[in-house]
Unconditional design. Structure first.
Length: 296
């Protein structure tokens, strides 16, 4: 029983960053905008959440800064792909590369460290030893599922992701709605990054989010671009992380130094699911297709 409770506790610890970022991906791509920049948006959120929490002593302000930083990064992606109609894949990859170098530069410039920031105030554990973001990650997939299936806003988002020209003839402002969805995806990814820095670790590590943005993308695809499916895939990946850590500790205790092999377990499962589980999935019909308001 204790082992099961420990595994559940660890699952609730590791899953929220993935879930929040994956939901951000669902929101963006449901509207028709490919978002490969989730990794970079999480990195923005993780750094600025930790930095503001350190400077102000308030993890709540740090959390707000993380969300705003993710939105700022997403606004760049939205500007390039919606206003200038840049390639959405290239824009997302470029954002990841900019975030990788910029956060390393800011970390060394502001804190004099090339590896980790000073300790940051952490979010309070309010319920069963977990922060509010953990419970947000549990509730939000159901709220987003309800929004997509039961509200006019959800219908409009799905419409601009499937048939934007038809949505435009019904009075929907396609580019504005897509921009709002991309910004929303940045907020969620920034919260996912903030969960890592001020919710779990208590500082920013230059390696954050260590590929979790890409795992969130894989979860979104494996979850068939649905909030509940993506959240379920994230739970599966988080369980793999829990298993990896347990196996690493067991092997270390047995003096078998194979930890490096098991570190790759979550990423290996991600590749396997993408290779064998995505063949029958279908993205929104207009996902990745630029919308020209003046085109026919």
């Amino acid at each position: 029983m204790n082992a099961a409770l420990d595994a559940l506790h660890a699952l609730l610890e590791f899953a929220p960053p993935l879930v929040l970022a994956a939901l951000g991906g669902v929101l963006s791509e449901k509207s028709g905008v490919v978002n490969l920049g989730l990794e970079g948006m999480m990195r923005f959120g993780a750094f600025f959440a930790a930095a503001v929490a350190i400077w102000t002593g308030s993890p709540s302000l740090g959390l707000l800064a993380g969300a705003l930083a993710g939105a700022l990064a997403a606004s760049l992606h939205a500007l390039f792909v919606l206003r200038f109609r840049a390639d959405q894949v290239v824009s997302g990859i470029a954002l990841n590369l900019v975030a990788l170098s910029l956060m390393a530069f800011l970390l060394e410039s502001l804190f004099g460290s090339a590896g980790v920031s000073p300790p940051a105030p952490q979010l309070p554990r309010i319920f069963f030893g977990h922060s509010a973001l953990t419970w947000l990650a549990l509730v939000l997939p159901f709220a987003m599922h309800w929004m997509f299936t039961r509200t006019s806003l959800g219908l409009r988002i799905r419409a601009v992701g499937e048939h934007p020209k038809a949505a435009a003839t019904s009075g929907v402002r396609v580019l504005r709605l897509r921009a709002l969805c991309v910004l929303g995806s940045g907020v969620l990814a920034g919260l996912g990054g903030a969960t890592l820095s001020i919710g779990i670790l208590g500082q920013f590590d230059v390696r954050m989010p260590a590929g979790q943005g890409f795992m969130a993308l894989a979860a979104m695809i494996f979850g068939r671009w649905t909030p509940l499916g993506a959240a379920g895939a994230c739970a599966f990946f988080a369980l793999a992380e829990v298993l990896q850590r347990a196996l690493s500790l067991s092997l270390h205790a047995a003096d078998l130094h194979l930890e490096g092999i098991f570190l790759a377990l979550p990423y290996l499962l991600t590749l396997l699911l993408l290779a064998f589980g995505s063949a029958k999935t279908r993205a929104p019909a207009a996902d990745g297709v630029p919308y020209d308001p003046e085109g026919r």
